[in-house]
Design a protein around this ligand. Structure first.
Ligand code: 4NP
Length: 172
């Protein structure tokens, strides 16, 4: 804990932003699942969690109804409203977790400087069970596409949380 954190009486928070294309399928699902995992481990006060899209055409919308239904069957409630990724996001968040290479490239173009590009991570790099190099876009797929996204995200997000807060630690 650094002196400023001690003065404030709290440890620094982990600030995580999940990013996909439309911010109505994959990234709001990642946000909802991660919120649930963090809450179940009693770590909500140690995290800032949000999501955004590189394309703003769905701004203001709730997640896709197919994504909400699939997530709901696993106990996740998705209430995020879609918004476009901004330059300020690179100042406000420490980890920008993208779903695929196209997201990576588009997010890189929004980053204000080289150091900010270093904050972008591929979601699948956190997986411990599945061997995929991207979270596939389910928008034009059938129901099984949404289930696959949730399977992959649960694995990656478990890996991400364990990397940030190793199991058994309180996060402080
Ligand atoms: P997402 O899925 O990037 O996981 O939110 C998509 C949502 C909308 C579109 C494409 C992908 N779209 O073309 O509108």
């Amino acid at each position: 804990m650094n002196p400023t954190e001690l003065q404030n009486g709290a440890a620094a928070k982990h600030k995580i932003l999940f990013v996909c294309l439309g911010n109505i399928c994959r990234s709001p699902a990642a946000e909802g699942i991660f919120r649930d995992m963090v809450e179940k481990r009693g770590l909500s006060d140690s995290f800032v969690i949000d999501s955004a899209g590189t394309y703003g055409g769905h701004a203001g919308e709730l997640p896709d109804s197919r994504m909400r239904a699939a997530a709901s069957r696993r106990g996740y409630r998705l209430t995020h409203r879609s918004r476009k990724l901004t330059e300020d996001d690179f100042r406000n968040f420490d980890i920008i977790a993208v779903m695929d290479d196209s997201n990576y490239e588009r997010a890189s173009r929004t980053a204000p400087d080289i150091e900010s590009i270093g904050k972008i991570h591929r979601m699948t790099d956190f997986a411990t069970k599945h061997v995929w190099d991207h979270i596939p876009d389910p928008y034009y797929e059938g129901a099984e596409g949404f289930e696959l996204v949730l399977d992959l995200l649960e694995d990656c997000l478990d890996g991400l949380l364990n990397r940030l807060v190793p199991n058994g630690s309180t996060g402080n």
